[in-house]
Design a protein around this ligand. Structure first.
Ligand code: ARG
Length: 459
């Protein structure tokens, strides 16, 4: 007879390599607190329903307390011979309290158990991630307020387009992270249903009360279909989609920080504590943190691909393939949390080189659109204005001057409607200040948006 909890129908022991290959303890042991919480709720419900005795319940609850304490103090030994966190804990409980421990698995299967544990664990980890995202938003809004007036070039196609405020640029990321938060909250709400009581796949013959276990564990309701409950991993796909999109946002932000910190841009400096040097080039200060965060997006999106491919074509209900679900999302969550932590800690130390930003903002004829707008305000049709400014830019390129420096004769020569006053009023400050409408780049709008975010956060 085998020493496995399922050993009854087996004659031969498990192949030694298979035992290790099959085990998931190295991954799922971290769900021990959720496994114990699930067992407490299950045992309490069985007792309330008259399926377990009060005496057994007391033994189980006290025994689970001891197991918890052993795990947290580091004396508990997880063994691969017991496959996973569920059987390791159940076996130890039985060693401590005897027969009552063997009764705990009545009306339960590891299939509903693992689904419950994973949802509970990810619910908590998602809350932690959301706190980190929110913190990053707070940091960014503060930085945006400081730089509401700082002018920098805005780019399209990575070519100078129009001046923008640095605060406005930072607030774009606050919006993205706001959508990330909404996606996580949405996925979390859909996930918050309890599989417990679905047992292996069809439910159980015992008179259980699934509403009670769901409530005890803080779920909104029991899952409505037992087959779905034990085969559903949509929540992992959804959470990993949300994590992937968030990591993509971080990768875009990283890329900009890396560009801005290069000598060619010279817009920002990141704190020494978040950069490293080169072992050969003494002058180097490398933006390793944004680079690494940019790289992490690859593995986080990889985790999403992994669960999608694992679930593809799987028949109902539980299949062992699904044991692969946890490693990917745990790794993705650990890494995303690390990225958010690094950004939240690093960005308050970002130094903006306002002069370099200002100078770059004014170069590359970034004010050309505003000159065209000035002509339109003087009654010139937009297409004509576009043409006039195009000619002006060509003239300035040839002379090596900026639009603001065009002499009166040159303006006249290009078109009588182009005035000296128009070209001379083309400061980058005027450009950003003029875009003073909801969502525009004007300093006034940046301050308004910062206030809007702050007001959303007062509870
Ligand atoms: N370790 C398993 C997993 O993570 C638990 C569920 C196993 N169920 C089973 N019938 N073998 O998926």
């Amino acid at each position: 007879m085998s020493d496995k909890p399922w050993g009854g129908r087996f004659d031969a022991p498990t192949n030694a390599f298979v035992e290790a290959f099959n085990a998931s303890t190295h991954v799922d042991a971290r769900m021990y607190a959720e496994d114990i919480a699930g067992s407490r709720a299950h045992a309490s419900m069985l007792t309330a329903q008259g399926i377990l005795s009060e005496a057994d319940l007391k033994l189980i609850l006290d025994g689970l307390d001891q197991v918890m304490q052993e795990i947290e103090s580091g004396t508990f030994e997880f063994t691969i011979a017991l496959e996973d966190v569920h059987m390791n804990i159940e076996k130890r409980l039985t060693d401590i309290i005897g027969d009552a421990g063997k009764r705990l698995h009545t009306a339960r299967s590891r299939n509903d158990q693992v689904g419950t544990d994973t949802r509970l664990y990810l619910r908590k980890r998602t809350d932690d991630l959301m706190k980190r995202i929110k913190h990053l938003q707070v940091v960014l809004v503060k930085l945006a307020e400081e730089h509401a007036d700082t002018v920098m070039p805005g780019f399209t196609h990575l070519q100078t387009a129009q001046p923008v405020t640095f605060g406005h640029h930072l607030l774009a990321y606050v919006e993205m992270f706001g959508r990330d938060l909404a996606r996580f909250a949405d996925a979390k709400a859909r996930m918050n249903q309890c599989p417990l009581g679905s047992a292996a796949l069809a439910g159980t013959t015992f008179p259980i009360n699934r509403e009670m276990t769901a409530e005890l564990l803080g779920f909104d309701a029991p899952c409505a279909n037992s087959l779905d409950a034990v085969s559903d991993r949509d929540f992992i796909m959804e959470l990993l989609s949300s994590a992937s999109i968030c990591s993509i946002h971080l990768s875009r932000f990283s890329e900009e920080l890396i560009l801005w910190m290069s000598a060619q841009f010279g817009f920002i400096d990141l704190p020494d504590a978040f950069c490293t040097g080169s072992s050969i080039m003494p002058q180097k200060k490398n933006p390793d943190m944004p680079e690494l965060v940019r790289g992490k997006a690859g593995r986080i999106v990889g985790a999403l691909m992994s669960i999608l491919m694992t679930m593809k074509s799987l028949p109902l209900a539980y299949n062992k393939d699904m044991q692969e679900d946890k490693e990917a999302i745990f790794d993705a969550y650990d890494n995303l949390e690390g990225c958010l932590r690094v950004f939240g800690d690093m960005l308050p130390g970002l130094k903006a080189n306002k002069e370099a930003m200002h100078q770059a903002a004014g170069s590359g004829f970034s004010t050309a659109t505003d000159l065209a707008d000035a002509l339109v305000r003087a009654g010139v049709p937009f297409r004509d204005a576009h043409e006039i400014v195009g000619k002006s830019v060509a003239y300035c390129i040839q002379k090596g001057i900026d639009l603001m420096q065009m002499p009166a004769e040159a303006c006249m020569g290009i078109d009588a409607r182009l005035t000296l006053e128009m070209v001379q009023s083309l400061s980058v400050e005027a450009c950003v200040a003029a875009r003073n409408h909801t969502g525009g780049t004007a300093p006034e709008q940046v301050r308004l948006q910062c206030k809007r975010w702050a007001s959303l956060w007062v509870d």
